[in-house]
Ligand binder design. Structure first.
Ligand SMILES: [Zn+2]
Length: 312
């Protein structure tokens, strides 16, 4: 009996030893697993960090490039800010040369003569763009005496006239010859000022050349002197014409328009030619008129305040 008991105890002891060894072994494996897992987690973390670093550096690169682009754009914007001034300088140089040239022509020097094409009463959506196309084709700058037409359809035409470099003149806002424009000095002057502001909004141009609707003689003698005085104080000069297409009344045809100009010009050193961009006959006659005047040694200029033809 005693032996069996001690055998059993020995057996249990061995079992416990085996069990504890197994437990230790399992614990060791578990430990190894945990260490492996931890190492792996660490590796994953490091990998993740590397990816983020890569992303960050990509973002930094893009950011740097964008900043570079931005500073290039800033330089361009600075250039654009100076553009208006550059255009003004070029225009001023052009008109300085035009004035010098006009003076020589008036002194009878050289063989060339000057034609100022003046186009009144516009803009019109129907024909003004075609007038502008013809002038573009011949590379000619003209003068548009514009009135006030607050029609959105006409806005791009006002803008195109200005952007093409043509001279913009003030032809009063209302052009209401028979509806009060010439009733008093104030009614005329206020209409001119109204148009000055209107043209500034539509074209960005401040003009100081005016043409009286119907011509300066339309202003009654009693008011005329006072109107001219007021225009001078507002720094305006005015101009009529010495050649007319005759396109504003009667039944003008392309032939009559052309003949009126060619007969009227009569070798004048400086021709100020009146036409209207509501006239289809003038539109049709314009290319031949330009070619014929060129053949007769005329060069085409846009009007400018300093011109001898502008009465101040
Ligand atoms: Zn007119």
């Amino acid at each position: 009996m005693g032996k069996t008991k001690s055998n059993l105890r020995g057996f249990i002891k061995i079992k416990i030893k085996l069990f504890s060894s197994l437990l230790i072994f399992l614990l060791l494996i578990l430990n190894a697993c945990i260490i492996f897992l931890l190492l792996n987690l660490n590796y994953l973390k490091a990998y993740e960090i590397a990816i983020h670093e890569q992303l960050l550096s990509n973002i930094e690169d893009t950011h740097g490039k964008k900043l570079q682009e931005l500073s290039t754009l800033e330089v361009k914007i600075e250039d654009l800010k100076g553009l208006d001034q550059k255009i003004l300088t070029i225009k001023q140089q052009f008109f300085d040369n035009a004035l010098a040239y006009e003076t020589l022509v008036l002194q009878g020097k050289g063989t060339k003569k000057i034609a100022y094409l003046t186009i009144d009463d516009g803009p019109y959506s129907q024909y003004t763009p075609s007038f502008l196309d013809i002038l573009d084709n011949y590379d000619i700058l003209a003068t548009f005496f514009l009135i006030g037409k607050p029609n959105p359809i006409l806005e791009p035409i006002y803008k195109r006239i200005a952007d093409s470099g043509h001279t913009i003149g003030n032809h009063t806002y209302s052009h209401a010859i028979k509806r009060g424009l010439y009733n008093s000095v104030d009614s005329f002057i206020n209409d001119v000022i109204k148009q000055e502001k209107f043209l500034q909004t539509k074209t960005g141009v401040t003009t100081n050349i005016v043409r009286f609707p119907g011509g300066s003689m339309t202003a009654k003698s009693g008011y005329r002197t006072e109107i001219l005085k007021r225009l001078r104080t507002l720094n305006y000069g005015y101009i009529d014409w010495n050649v007319s297409t005759g396109d504003s009344g009667g039944y003008p045809t392309p032939t009559s328009v052309l003949n009126n100009v060619l007969n009227g010009i009569n070798d004048k050193k400086i021709a100020v030619i009146l036409m209207h961009d509501f006239s289809y006959s003038t539109l049709l006659a314009l290319p031949t008129m330009i070619e014929e005047l060129k053949r007769r040694d005329y060069i085409f200029l846009p009007l400018f305040y300093e011109s001898a033809k502008i009465i101040k």
